[in-house]
Design a protein around this ligand. Structure first.
Ligand SMILES: Nc1nc2c(c(=O)[nH]1)N[C@H]1C(S)=C(S)[C@@H](COP(=O)(O)O)O[C@H]1N2
Ligand SMILES: [Mo]
Length: 312
């Protein structure tokens, strides 16, 4: 069996390894070389079944190690490198998501039922934090639009509001009260209905073939690849359909610096730093920031009549 290292997904590695183990002694050499490959790349063992992304733009993936070791998750700490050591206090089983607001009938759904109900696919996306660092992540998830249809929103539903879980046993920064980094927990985000229904917008349950690590927002997080990373809210516990634009956490903290839309835009600088360039994790040199993070073709139409300096 010949395997091109560049073409292989963690899922395939895992399945091939199982096949080799079944074959027995004759395959010991191949098995150990696959094991070596897994160890070298520090890849997780896949536990999700999903349709592979053909990666048409040939994006160069960041490693599992990079994606899971440098995180923004204020419920734990503002230190990006410490999150992964603290994230074990987040308990994701059991976990339910509450759906309410302008829907035919509010309901609660278990994360395991979500994973069973929606066929999962890989989405290899650029991810750009407002702080000007970036990466490429092979998310596993499903279109938010499919979930929204099943929620049966009423015609008055113009926005979708998301909330992270509020539990100060699980999230140490929530327990700090007035000394917390974010005063108004839970973390809140929102999308306009057309943004939420855009086929690029996903709810993610995994990355690199494996269920999400706690530090990346287990068990369910939003991924909106053309917007700054803070829109991609982690560890979602509640989804509410609203008629008014939700006040998202970062706008609440500093409305002069962070707005509702937060579309990646090299021409609109943050008040305290430039957005023209970005540093990809693991890369030495900065690269140009792309309009809508490289997804202009898919999303620009939603903003054609809007002044993107005003609606930042
Ligand atoms: N609940 C919650 N969601 C969050 C954050 C957070 O602090 N809390 N940080 C946001 C920011 S600023 C970024 S850049 C991304 C980081 O996601 P990652 O750690 O998986 O790279 O998560 C976003 N979602
Ligand atoms: Mo961010």
């Amino acid at each position: 069996m010949k395997i091109n290292e560049n073409e292989i997904t963690p899922q395939e590695l895992f399945e091939n390894r199982r096949k080799f183990i079944k074959l027995g002694a004759a395959s010991v050499v191949a098995t150990s070389s696959l094991m070596e490959l897994m160890a070298k790349e520090n890849l997780p063992i896949s536990n999700l079944t999903y349709k592979k992304d053909i990666n048409p733009n040939n994006l160069e993936l960041n490693t599992f190690e990079q994606i899971t070791s440098y995180n923004n998750f204020y419920e734990f700490t503002t230190s990006k490198t410490e999150v992964k050591y603290m994230a074990h206090t987040l308990v994701t089983n059991p976990w339910t998501i509450e759906v309410d607001g302008s829907v035919e009938k509010p309901f609660t759904i278990d994360i395991q039922d979500i994973i069973k109900k929606y066929s999962l696919e890989e989405r290899i996306y650029r991810f750009r934090c407002v702080e000007a660092w970036a990466m490429v992540v092979p998310w596993i998830g499903f279109e938010l639009g499919k979930f929204i249809k099943d929620c049966k929103p009423l015609s008055g539903a113009k926005y979708v509001r998301f909330e992270t879980k509020y539990d100060d046993d699980m999230f140490p920064d929530q327990a700090r009260g007035v000394f917390a980094s974010i005063k108004n927990y839970p973390y809140v985000e929102g999308l306009r209905m057309d943004e939420a229904m855009n086929p690029l917008t996903i709810l993610s349950v995994g990355l690199y073939g494996k269920t999400l690590e706690n530090q990346n927002g287990a068990p369910l997080r939003l991924v909106v690849p053309w917007k700054y990373g803070f829109k991609s809210i982690k560890s979602i516990a509640k989804i509410t359909f609203t008629k008014d634009e939700p006040l998202n956490t970062w706008q609440d903290i500093a409305s002069r610096e962070y707005g509702f839309y937060a579309n990646v835009n090299p021409k609109v600088d943050h008040p305290r730093w430039s957005q023209k360039r970005e540093r990809v994790l693991g890369k030495l040199f900065k690269q140009k920031t792309l309009m809508f993070n490289g997804y202009e073709k898919e999303v620009a139409h939603m903003y054609k009549d809007m002044d993107l300096r005003k609606y930042f």
